[in-house]
Ligand binder design. Structure first.
Ligand SMILES: [Zn+2]
Length: 85
């Protein structure tokens, strides 16, 4: 179906999802840039986390795949342990 992107306002072909009003969605382009933006923020958070870890914890942290590091950063943000301010 044809949807209106609530981000850039362009019409695009996609699926209606529950997280958007009827007729609206997020187009592929905006979806990707949102993910990129989120990942960039998480990567910054990771850089803030690393100096605060004890050496053995840091070694473990650095051995994790980037997705796991980002999940960890996300948790730290949700718990309010680190912030972007
Ligand atoms: Zn868009």
């Amino acid at each position: 179906m044809l949807l209106d992107c609530s981000c850039c306002g362009k019409l695009f072909r996609g699926e209606q999802t529950a997280s958007h009003d009827t007729g609206f969605g997020t187009c592929q382009n905006c979806e990707e840039s949102n993910i990129e933006k989120a990942n960039r923020l998480l990567d910054e958070a990771i850089l803030k986390i690393q100096p605060n870890l004890k050496p053995n914890k840091l070694k473990t942290f650095n051995s994790w795949p980037i997705d796991k590091q980002r999940n960890f950063a996300m948790e730290m943000i949700q718990k309010g342990i680190i912030s972007f301010y």
